[in-house]
Design a protein around this ligand. Sequence first.
Ligand code: AMP
Length: 282
Amino acid sequence: VPAQVETVASLRAALGQWRRQNLKIALVPTMGALHEGHLSLVRFARQFADRVCVSIFVNPKQFGPAEDFSRYPRDLAGDAALLDGVGADLLYLPNSAEIYPSGFATTVSVAGVSAGLCGDRRPGHFAGVATVVAKLLIQAAPDVAVFGEKDYQQLQVIKRMAADLDLPAQILGAPIWREADGLAMSSRNRYLTPAERAIAPALYQVIKDVAAALANGGSVAALLAEGRARLTAAGFTQLDYLEVRDAATLAPVESLSRPARVFVAAFLGATRLIDNVPVDKR
Ligand code: AMP
């Protein structure tokens, strides 16, 4: 298993040794229950850094009161073995008393990119994410920090925050890692029943088709209406959103004058799945 630290002091001691050797350091924040998607981030990070530190912290502040914080999957032994296999150099397991010390009263909230999409459906979620990621970046002071495009809005929130607060880390987005049938990997996929798992790839199929039709000049409104109908017909029990947004600002788009992406969030039973794809104009 990779070396493991659980306090800010021991994290800084470990990273400080590397920094004094002029080694570039990458941080990959996660909530554990690791899968190939997380491991792809570690491999991606390695292209930009000499040492890769992975953090695992299931952050209570980014879960809503009706969400799955208490039942979120936790498997530290399995995670450590996977990280060893991919050659991660350090595993940081923050203790909650240091992340949220008694009397904790600070929130980092990022306007603009946090609005709409998951921001509307999960009130407080991105402030919870931004607050904990700000802390992790200040604690570790990495040269680069890697986040998945799977959570594309989260990536834009963190980029905005890092720029606004002069957090010195370079924020990098890594491509979405998918199962063979196209389903984006997620720790929450393990909640799916076999019947739900069979329906789940339709999420990617629909946004891929919408993106391709948009690239060929189709109408945004008509394609989204058709896509929503297909998701319902496939068996998704609740559609949070299916939208086309500007890839950088996340503002809604009606025409494709700038790079755009298709975003979706939908439930299969109690499990909420998200995905997104770029619209590649040809
Ligand atoms: P999580 O543990 O779900 O909070 O995710 C930790 C990091 O892994 C985030 O930056 C996610 O965007 C990223 N991630 C999760 N699933 C995938 C995936 N299938 N492909 C790429 N990145 C992912």
